[in-house]
Design a protein around this ligand. Structure first.
Ligand SMILES: [Zn+2]
Length: 200
């Protein structure tokens, strides 16, 4: 199985990453970062020449109101970075999805970028986590645990039917609901329910 089969397209393809970020950041159409006009910008084709006579990059929009150009990364931590956008999104995912965090060295190995770039990315991504709306989330010592609800199935060694292979048997968690709770010590609890298998 190749890397592209298991990873979402926006983690492996820069164009897909840009489209994904545009959909996330602008659910109601592009917003001009210069004048704040919503849905009045149009996409410039990468082949065209801009006013300054330079080639227009991928993902450049032009505001019909103030005539300024912008991309989806303006005003974000991805702005003016030479690192491809899909690597940024993948690094973000890895840092958020790893229970114990991830070192810049591991990002460097997994993304095929220099250690210096990985350190810079990790630093910028962690910086965004200290900003609103994340900074008002749970803080201090956090405890997290999950449980599987839906009755215990009996899959002991004595229940194996003759000729049945281990891999044919249902997963012990199949059909169960997963409940994950996050607790701030001395503070509030947040619980979320997922259906097994979890696709996050
Ligand atoms: Zn504008």
């Amino acid at each position: 199985m190749s890397k592209a089969d298991i990873l979402a397209p926006h983690f492996t393809d820069e164009q897909k990453a840009r489209e994904y970020l545009e959909a996330q950041r602008w659910p109601n159409g592009p917003v001009c970062p210069h004048c704040g006009l919503l849905g009045q910008a149009y996409k410039l084709t990468p082949k065209a020449k801009s006013k300054k006579g330079t080639h227009v990059r991928q993902g450049v929009w032009k505001c019909a109101g103030c005539r300024e150009e912008f991309t989806v990364t303006v005003g974000t931590i991805f702005e003016s970075s030479h690192i491809p956008l899909h690597k940024w999104l993948f690094a973000y995912h890895l840092l958020c999805a790893s229970k114990k965090g991830m070192s810049a060295h591991q990002l460097h190995r997994m993304l095929g970028i220099t250690y210096r770039s990985a350190w810079f990315m990790a630093h910028r991504i962690r910086y965004t986590m200290s900003q609103e709306p994340l900074s008002s989330k749970l803080a201090g010592v956090i405890e997290l645990d999950e449980t599987y609800i839906g009755g215990k199935k009996r899959f002991g060694p004595h229940n194996v039917k003759p000729g049945e292979r281990q891999k044919d048997r249902p997963h012990p968690h199949s059909g169960k609901e997963v409940v994950v709770s996050v607790l701030q010590r001395g503070g509030s609890v947040q619980s979320h329910q997922f259906a097994w298998p979890c696709h996050v």
